[in-house]
Design a binder for this molecule. Structure first.
Ligand code: PSU
Ligand code: MN
Length: 303
């Protein structure tokens, strides 16, 4: 038995059959600085409510799995230091030992599936790191997408990753990568990229139908929906590429490895862009929350 607590709002939504959108907590604890992290978390939850769905931010606190956080819990989590970053490998250990941890994309998908939630909004997924041919650093997020039936809305993958290799692994793993409303696979802070998206859809109803079709065929796994950042919020790749190169060089010099790589790079890019990367990050997460809500409502209408 997994000690699980649903927020009041999520409990009511489950009873009345309202659409629910899952949100991860690593973006709060390891992806953005305090106090912007808690402000953004609240805004994103508000965006989902405004779109007619219910937000469920997921985290493990003192060995309990929370599906939806009350506002004081959200604030406490955003302020805590030394929170573990949980993926598939360490989530059960954290719960079993009474620990506290924030859920990555992989761990959030697992929790969402346990709670019967089919749609999840985030900023960017983990992927194949540059130099993975030597480090073998490939995020468990990619394998999770191939086995857990949750549709994940993200703004593509960051250029801190090897995006082409990330798309190759997703293809090998049988994950549908669907870009919303354009042909190019978006590059997180920038709308465009030189990479063509494997698939494209222009309508949330279609995305919901594809999710249900996959399930009906008995195929495990979810879908990755790549939602380009709104035009007015994007930062051009000419601005971002040198910044990313500097951040990667600094990570290398500092000897950052494993789980610490992504949080280190995000923090370094925040400093190097004087906060501009964060402003864009906030805009794209909110945009993803709105699209995820539409998909969740459609799933409910069709399902
Ligand atoms: N990419 C981002 N922002 C993030 C993350 C990734 O642009 O906050 C977080 C997510 O929680 C993601 C995790 O699941 O980092 C991937 O970490 P790793 O590369 O260690 O698997
Ligand atoms: Mn990794």
């Amino acid at each position: 038995m997994i000690p699980t607590v649903y927020s009041a709002e999520v409990t009511a939504a489950r009873e009345s059959g309202k659409a629910i959108v899952a949100l991860e907590s690593t973006i709060i604890t390891h992806g953005m600085p305090y106090p912007q992290n808690v402000e953004v978390a609240r805004q994103v939850e508000g965006d989902i409510r405004e779109a007619g769905a219910v937000p469920a931010t997921i985290a493990v606190m003192d060995g309990t799995l929370y599906i939806g956080l009350e506002d004081d819990q959200l604030t406490a989590l955003a302020q805590s230091k030394n929170v573990a970053k949980l993926s598939r490998a360490d989530m059960a250990v954290c719960i079993a030992t009474g620990g506290t941890g924030a859920t990555t994309v992989a761990a959030t998908m697992i929790a969402a599936q346990m709670a019967g939630i089919h749609v999840f909004a985030t900023g960017g997924i983990g992927g194949v790191h540059k130099g993975a041919e030597d480090s073998f650093d490939i995020s468990a997020d990619l394998m999770e997408l191939s086995q857990t039936a949750v549709t994940v809305v993200a703004a593509g993958a960051k250029a801190i990753l090897d995006v082409a290799k990330t798309l190759e692994v997703l293809e090998t793993q049988g994950v549908p990568v669907i870009t919303y409303g354009q042909d190019a696979f978006p590059a997180f802070w920038s709308r465009g990229s030189t990479l063509k998206s494997p698939l494209r859809m222009d309508d949330p109803a279609q995305i919901a139908r594809a999710h249900l079709t996959r399930a009906a065929m008995g195929l495990p796994g979810g879908q990755l929906i790549a939602n380009p950042i709104p035009e007015e919020d994007e930062i051009s790749s000419e601005v971002m590429l040198p910044v990313i190169a500097t951040a990667l060089g600094d990570a290398d010099k500092a000897g950052i490895l494993g789980k610490s790589v992504t949080p280190y790079l995000l923090q370094r890019i925040f400093e190097l862009t004087e906060g501009r990367s964060l402003t864009a990050n906030i805009a794209l997460v909110r945009n993803n929350a709105r699209l995820a809500s539409k998909i969740a409502l459609e799933l409910q209408a069709q399902g």
